[in-house]
Design a protein around this ligand. Structure first.
Ligand SMILES: C[S@@+](CC[C@H](N)C(=O)[O-])C[C@H]1O[C@@H](n2cnc3c(N)ncnc32)[C@H](O)[C@@H]1O
Length: 288
């Protein structure tokens, strides 16, 4: 019985190898991916979840596609531009076997491909701002009892607690991506008995809708230049004119700061702080 089975397997294998249709219906296809090279770490590239070998500005993936059949490739580039930021850029392509056997995909996000970067996921790691520097930020923002303070990427909520305790802000709202860090924020708010005044929301600041920040009058940030560049249009187009944004160290893309100062911290370090005041929005004139 065993021998009969073995013979049958051999016959099928020989038949498959000999079949001209099998070989002819597959087309060798080469996908070359141009990779963003901003990293302190080598960019990792994945296709349909599988990491590609290689390093440098190009990665090549070879595959055999069935003639005329469409296949979807999900490409991911994982970039670490510095030791606190991780960017995931995604692109989906559809290829039909036999239509194009050499394909080039640009994931660099430069020039004409800038559009692609607008969907990047960006996460920065948790580094708290010292209390005295939060106070300097609050002074620069001229926080008063009328202010509702937001911190996008709120960490342990220090940028919400200090403005309420020291400057009398009426409310604080923190948005935090990492559930573990969010627990720190909630504990810190409880410890300071500010549950009635501070709200912590879990979420990605890049997914914020205008209504999510509409009551903010002050936004305090410590989020890196990449996140700053992405979040800046939402803030500029949503916050009420006259609202203030103060960022610890980092900038907001091409939105020029109204004021930048350097302050000395109690730890002896120098801290750069930047202030933006949301301008009046121009009202589009009707063409009629
Ligand atoms: C540099 S820490 C600043 C924490 C706090 N604002 C401070 O200055 O002490 C950045 C925080 O943003 C959070 N974060 C990173 N990426 C985020 C994202 N896309 N959306 C919301 N929070 C994010 C991190 O988990 C971290 O707690």
């Amino acid at each position: 019985m065993k021998t009969a089975f073995r013979i049958a397997v051999c016959v099928l294998a020989v038949a498959a190898l000999a079949s001209p249709s099998c070989a002819q219906d597959k087309v060798q296809t080469e996908i070359t991916i141009l990779v963003p090279e901003r990293g302190q770490e080598e960019t990792i590239v994945k296709i349909n979840g599988k990491q590609l070998d290689g390093e440098g500005p190009k990665r090549v993936y070879k595959t055999a596609l069935e003639k005329g059949k469409e296949v979807v490739f999900k490409i991911e580039a994982l970039v670490e531009p510095n030791n606190y930021t991780k960017i995931t850029r995604r692109k989906e392509i559809k290829l039909k076997g036999g239509e194009n056997d050499k394909v080039k995909i640009d994931m660099t996000g430069e020039s004409a491909f800038e559009e692609l970067t607008k969907k990047d996921d960006i996460v920065v790691r948790y580094v708290p701002t010292p209390d005295d520097i939060v106070d300097e930020m609050s002074k620069l923002a001229k926080i008063t009892k009328d202010d509702v303070v937001y911190d996008l990427g709120c960490g342990n909520a220090v940028m919400l607690i200090r403005p309420i305790q020291k400057f009398g802000a009426k409310k604080g709202v923190g948005v935090e991506y990492d559930p573990e860090i969010m627990k720190l924020a909630i504990e810190n708010v409880k410890k300071n008995k500010l549950e009635g005044k501070v709200e912590i929301r879990q979420g990605d600041m890049l997914k914020l809708q205008p209504k999510d920040v509409e009551d903010a009058t002050v936004v305090l940030l410590y989020i890196g230049d990449d996140l700053g560049k992405r979040v800046s249009p939402v803030l500029k187009n949503t916050l009420k004119p006259g609202s203030r944004i103060v960022s610890h160290r980092f900038l907001l893309g091409d939105w020029k700061a109204d004021k930048s100062i350097t302050v000395k911290g109690e730890d002896g370090g120098e801290y750069e702080l930047h202030l933006w005041i949301v301008p009046e929005r121009k009202i589009e004139k009707s063409s009629k």
